[in-house]
Design a protein around this ligand. Structure first.
Ligand SMILES: [Zn+2]
Length: 284
């Protein structure tokens, strides 16, 4: 078995129309050699409990590990008045995701609104703690995963993500390496040494075992001075995927690598091939 499962964020593009949807996406992912899928509930959580049950059965039968990308509207730093409505997106993603068999709920933490990080964290941390408490109180064991983000104006530097995880036990970052590369906007964060520093910081903050359960987003990425512009296919990207895979190999990392490139499953399979090449691992 490989140390990483590979998949796409959202159903693979070539998923056949019937049965389509998440169930079809899971089936199709398996037929092409992928073994993870992130359900892209990014425009809202609009799924019934019975559909969740069907998704769960199909994922178990297919041995495809599931996560959820929660709606984009979540913003832990929004106005007091908006918060009850926005937090519900995260709570619903966790509830229905759990019913569907997902183990991880990825979300975008929100924006700074131009305020200093320290001030923002004072607002954000108790809110995230409240969400985490509510999820656990309902007996739900999913991991809430704030994503590292590609634009410098939004919450989600490596330091921010680790601060959230540190303050709220049970919360663990989703590491988007493309975003980490795009965020400084100067082409940095793209060498073996820098990736090793990221993984070391992660390990320091979250413990020795934490790198054995990584949830990674990966794609090529275009960026400017303010960070991320758009995702790119692997061949058009300046990201040093080989150096990254080497750093993951040398860190004895495990988990899932979820592809967000415009050609989704095509690049997910290329990441899988590259992983096998660099790590020397072979499938059973
Ligand atoms: Zn995302």
């Amino acid at each position: 078995m490989l140390s990483f499962r590979f998949g796409t964020v959202g159903s693979p593009i070539a998923t056949p129309k019937k049965p389509g949807g998440s169930v079809g996406g899971i089936q199709y992912a398996r037929t092409i050699g992928l073994d993870a899928l992130e359900l892209a509930w990014v425009q809202g959580v609009r799924v019934s409990e019975s559909t969740c049950q069907t998704i769960r059965s199909m994922a178990e039968e297919s041995n495809v590990a599931l996560s959820v990308h929660a709606p984009y509207y979540i913003n832990l730093n929004c106005d007091e008045e908006k918060w009850p409505r926005l937090r519900k997106y995260l709570i619903d993603a966790a509830h229905y995701g759990n019913l569907a068999g997902a183990t991880d709920i990825v979300f975008h933490p929100g924006t700074y609104f131009g305020r200093p990080v320290q001030e923002v964290l004072e607002v954000v941390l108790p809110r995230l703690q409240g969400c985490q408490d509510e999820v656990r109180a309902s007996g739900n064991l999913v991991t809430l995963r704030p994503e590292t983000m590609g634009k410098s104006a939004v919450i989600g530097s490596l330091e921010d993500s680790l601060a959230l995880a540190h303050a709220v036990p049970g919360v663990i970052p989703c590491i988007d390496f493309a975003h980490l590369h795009a965020r400084p906007g100067d082409g940095s964060m793209n060498t073996y040494k820098e990736w090793m520093q990221v993984l070391e910081a992660y390990r320091q903050e979250l413990g020795e075992k934490s790198v054995e359960n990584l949830h990674i987003h990966l794609s090529g990425i275009q960026y400017g001075p303010k960070g991320e512009k758009n995702h790119l296919i692997l061949e058009e990207a300046d990201l040093d995927f080989k150096a990254l895979m080497q750093a993951l190999t040398d860190s004895h990392a495990r988990g899932r690598i979820m592809c967000e490139s415009p050609v989704m499953e095509v690049d997910a399979l290329k990441f899988r091939d590259l992983w096998m090449e660099i790590s020397g691992e072979k499938p059973d």
